[in-house]
Design a protein around this ligand. Structure first.
Ligand code: MRU
Length: 357
């Protein structure tokens, strides 16, 4: 195995982002130098995954605080404007707003000279990044004990190192189980239309030598009927106060199938994904992305460059909700770094959020 996989690296004068739109065909690192560039990279999904976009946004704000190429003005107003731009870049993952709120708290009330605020913002972004990796490792250590010595796991989208500060949530559990000597096989749903399962999860697990089998999303029911899976483990973009969970479109379908077939359905997520201000899944804003992403697919041409291919007839009506909500009653447990939380989720989630960590 190469060095541990991470989707973003802090270089003190810039943020390096692994362009996830080009994986697995090409490993291209993008340079980001301010908040607007960071927001654009988040919106266009060069960086994606709930924890990773929160970390990227934190670094983006830290970079904005260090800019010397702007006319003098209110430093704090500029940072608040930059945070608003970053916050608007994707609506569903609460980790984005959570990370920005942590950063903005350093501006209140009278926080000192711009240069010392900039230093503190940089330190806070690094802390957010390091805490996420530590949370993933703890989630992995707790979650692996839910699995037997041999297990076949179905996962969806990519909740791996690429979606986090490193190591991963759902795939962190897989990694921890493999590291502890368990024999784990993973089925990855391809996750139309962005193909995070086919492009990212398959690549990330194969890179670590973990057995992975790719299926199309529509094949899941067939394999449930065949008794292939011992558990489903997915990540989350926002967990409401009652345990309802938003995750990549197609997750709800898998939760219904798991319930129908008596297979445990686990959500793995850091506490930063829990949003007590959102009472239930009905109140979660679901991102609606361009229909072009559904009627076209991206592959690579013979030169290894990204190439779009049209799949559907011109003018067809199309919808593209990027996430769906799985009701709490279909979730067997939520695995966080502060413990494994089971139904009834409300009180347990409140206690976990309030605990010092
Ligand atoms: O649209 P994406 O690729 O950002 O969606 C990502 C997911 O749905 C992940 O499952 C979720 O963010 C958890 S990542 C640890």
């Amino acid at each position: 195995m190469d060095r541990p996989l991470a989707p973003l690296v802090w270089r003190s004068d810039h943020l390096a982002l692994l362009d996830q739109r080009l994986l697995p065909h090409r490993e291209v690192w993008l340079t980001v130098r301010n908040a607007a560039e960071t927001a654009e990279r988040i919106a266009t999904m060069a960086v994606r995954g709930a924890p990773a976009i929160g970390i990227a946004a934190a670094y983006g704000l830290a970079l904005e605080a260090r800019r010397t190429d702007l006319p003098p003005g209110s430093f704090r107003d500029r940072l608040h404007d930059a945070a608003a731009t970053l916050r608007a870049s994707r609506p569903t993952a609460v980790n984005l707003g959570w990370a920005l709120d942590r950063m903005l708290a350093l501006l209140e009330p009278a926080a000192g000279e711009p240069s010392s605020i900039a230093r503190r913002l940089e330190q806070e972004a690094i802390r957010i990044h390091e805490e996420d990796v530590a949370a993933n490792r703890r989630i992995g250590a707790l979650g692996r004990d839910l699995l037997g010595d041999t297990a076949t796991i179905l996962t969806h989208c990519n909740a791996g190192a690429l979606a986090t500060g490193g190591y991963g949530t759902a795939l962190g559990i897989v990694r921890a189980a493999v590291e502890s000597g368990r024999k784990i096989a993973v089925f990855a749903g391809e996750t139309r239309p962005w193909l995070q399962g086919a492009r990212l999860t398959a690549w990330e697990l194969a890179r670590d030598g973990i057995a992975v089998t790719l299926i199309t999303d529509g094949m899941a029911g067939h394999f449930f009927r065949e008794g292939t899976f011992d558990a489903v483990i997915v990540g989350a973009d926002r967990i409401a106060a009652n345990g309802d969970t938003a995750n990549k479109i197609g997750t709800y379908t898998l939760a219904v199938l798991a319930s129908r077939h008596g297979i445990p359905f686990y959500v793995a997520a850091p506490i930063s994904t829990v949003d007590l201000a959102t009472p239930s899944g009905d109140a979660i804003a679901i991102e609606e992305r361009s229909g072009d992403e559904v009627v076209e697919a991206t592959g690579v041409n013979e030169r290894g460059e990204p190439a779009r291919v049209r799949l559907a007839p011109a003018g067809v009506a199309v919808r593209h909700p990027a996430f769906d909500v799985t009701p709490a009653e279909l979730i067997s447990a939520i695995i966080t770094e502060r413990g494994i939380i089971r139904a009834p989720f409300g009180e347990a989630l409140r206690r976990a959020v309030a605990s010092p960590g």
